[in-house]
Each structure stands twice: as C-alpha cells, then as structure tokens.
Design a binder for this molecule. Sequence first.
Ligand code: DC
Length: 210
Amino acid sequence: MPMVIAIDGPAASGKGTLAKRLAAHYGLPHLDTGLLYRAVALTVLDAGCDLDDKAAAARAAATLIADRLADPRLRQRAMGEAASRISSVPAVRAALLAWQQRFAGGESGAVLDGRDIGTVVCPDARVKLFITAAPEERARRRHLELTRRGETSSLSAILEDITARDARDAGRSTAPLKAAADAVILDTTDLDADEAFEAARAIVDRTRSH
Ligand code: DC
C-alpha cells in the first residue's frame, strides 16, 4: 500500500516546510495544496474579475493548469488572503478535490499539505498530522520569511491577517480547517525547524509501523 501522509494546519504553522522535508526524507512527491487555491485566485484577478465572482472562480478551478503553480506571485501575502476567500466556493473545492486525489492516488504515495487533507482529500491516509503553533509565533515566522523575500509588512498586520484567515478557513461550511479525528496534533510553538522535523518524523515512523 503506497504511503500517503496528510498534513493540515492553520496559516503559517510551518506545515509546508515540514511537508517538504518529510517528502524528501521518505522519497515521496509533495503537493502544497494551498498553491492550487492561490493559483485559482490569481487566475481570477488576472482575468480582471472580482474575488467574489463565484462563477469566475469555479471556471478558473476547472481549467487550472499545472504551469500556473510556478508563478512567484502566488507566494505574496495578499494571495493567501485571496485564496482563502475563493476557497469557500464549493465548486472551486470540488474541482480541486479531483486534482488532489489524482496526485495522492499515484503508485508512489505522496505527501500533501493543506487544510482538509486528512478530513476530505485523503481520509484514508496512512499518517495524518495536524501542525499548529501559537498565533504570535506563526506571525513572527511569517514576518521573518516575508522580510527575507523583500516583502515589507508589519508584524501586527500579519498577526491580524492570519487570525482572520484562520477564522474564515475554520468557519466555512465546506471542508473547514479541522484536525481529523485520527490526526496526531503537533504544536511547534517551542520547536525550531529541525526539532519540528524530528518530532514529525518520529510520529510518521511510529504510525506507519503499526
Ligand atoms: O496554505 P496556504 O496559506 O497557501 O493556503 C491559502 C488558502 O487556501 C488558505 O487560507 C485556505 C485555502 N486552502 C484550503 O481551503 N484548503 C487547502 N487544502 C489548502 C488551502
């Protein structure tokens, strides 16, 4: 049975970095599913449409091409907010669900990170992790990351951003941000990146040997 690792968590929890490192460690392909939602939002904006235009968002999701996922604009702070807004549209989620399940269903197994991987996209994943950290610590890390990339924004604005985004992601009716009942919760507030990776690796090794 190919190994699928599902990683969920709130904005800036470090789940993306962990997912990438786990994928490299176990030799599995990795999909950052947040990028799909970001790409849909960018397509809507590039077409000159409004983010509240549900039909435009659904069209963008249905016709999304993989090339779009390499656009550096997807990593901008504003795109996280835009992605969160279009991600509550059920038709967008349905189109992206098929994409994600195709990726996860490959023979080699996979690591996927997002908000609803353990609950909706891969409910049968062998290992499910829910990565979290205190909002202030997540804001601090995101601030550092954006500053390194040359994007200036204040720490308090980022904290406001991620708190609003978490509330929207957890509050939507279709596939909200939530830990699966069988997920292992990893709080990385007091862990650095290496410690978080070691903790996650230990959980994966323990879970898959059962
Ligand atoms: O992980 P991220 O910050 O790149 O995600 C951007 C937004 O996309 C997030 O706020 C909500 C949405 N998203 C989602 O609804 N489901 C996922 N599996 C991944 C992301």
